[in-house]
Design a protein around this ligand. Sequence first.
Ligand code: ZN
Length: 508
Amino acid sequence: MFASVLSAAIFGMEVREIQVEADVSDGLPSFTMVGFPSAQVREAQERVRTAFKNNRLSLPPKRVTVNFAPADMKKEGAGFDLPVAAAVMAAAGILEPELLKEVLIVGEISLNGEIHGVSGVLPRVIRARELGLRFCIIPQENLREGRLVRDMQVVGVKTLTDMICCLKEPQMYTYPEPEVEKRESQEEKGVDFADICGQEAARRAAEIAVSGFHNILFIGPPGSGKTMLARRLPTVMPKLTFEESLEITKVYSVAGLLTEKDPLIRKRPFRSPHHTSSPQALAGGGRIPGPGEITLAHRGVLFLDEMPEFSRKSLEILRQPLEDKEIHLSRAAGTYTFPASFMLAAAMNPCPCGFYPDMNRCRCTPGEITHYLGKISQPLLERIDICTEVPAVSFSKMKKRIQGESSAKIRERVEAVQEIQRKRYQKEEICFNGELDGRMLEKYCVLTRAAEEILEQAYGQFQFSTRAYHKILKVARTIADMEKSEKIQSEHICEALTYRAYDKKYWS
Ligand SMILES: [Zn+2]
């Protein structure tokens, strides 16, 4: 007898439907799998057969053939165990083949018939909803994750027997309305901008950066609080909407990084890969690549501490996603695209010892300093809009421990500024000032006469590159938005110029 059931595979972030077909017919007892399964998928036959035996489900001594369609792409992962088991059961007469219609099944089986969780359940359930299926059967471990999808019936199963019961009487297991978890994140106790004393200039730069989604670089001696500042960037970003949360959760689902208890990601990601991280770890590695750090930082912050210590190759990998907001990885089986709309924050010492330009303390030779700064390529530097110094905190400030403004306060302002941008760019493909380019710069960055004169003067004096000139305009646009000014005034241009002055100072 023949039976078939729908399952799905994950290719990058993309979900592809896979039809799992089974046929049980007379002949020498055997179990064959065709349709381009990987070695790992092929092992399903051993697990399924043993799980059947241990659950007193007798597989008739016949010829069993399982096929995965379409056959033109390689099937990877352990998620096919459960659909294979279901298709074989139906083909062997244990289940009515009718029961498998319009159902999506995914899950891994252990030898005793228990079902284990798999990664990438969320995108599969979303796909099932798009296809208008009746319901999905997923491992119990992934149930909360699957239930995040509204308007889709999802059933969690723990054992092979569970699956049989639920296929026979789905109404007993599905719920009219999946419980959508609306639990508000409790006021996060974590980090807060209030913890930082002093550093007004760097705080201001950070607020501008977040408001306009500009990439930012903190330069300063060791221990001045660069990392502390960067860690607090996500806390002043606007709170995630449910759709954004789901989008990020999808990425973490594919990466297998969700927790069983509370799978929905409610906080903006902050990823801080170590400087020894390989280019693959940043971009996403593997024959069928999974999300790398760049993608895990989607809609949040990617923080590179001690940026010059990263290998050149790792840093160069950032350039394309910084431009395109997504990353493309080519493999033999095709090109995979992952989302990568992140804000880049980087921190570095100004020289190997960390104290340049304080010549009383810096022990480095000019050659060493040039070499150190030279590790950051000009093209990468040009993608960082704001560069700010984080000086060592003076003893008197440290002693007074003046509390800074809280993240919640700053976030209110940031949200207002982002709202201005949202309205302005409604008809454009961008959302933030940080994404402005040639044509749009001209259209949206209108300067007052006085501001224009200052910019012209600075241009003559410092000989900016075109890119640098654009960056000044973008940052000035954000500063003007923070002051609710339609036109860019001279003080906005002046402030924007100071953020260029630092990288002129170090890299000229
Ligand atoms: Zn030094």
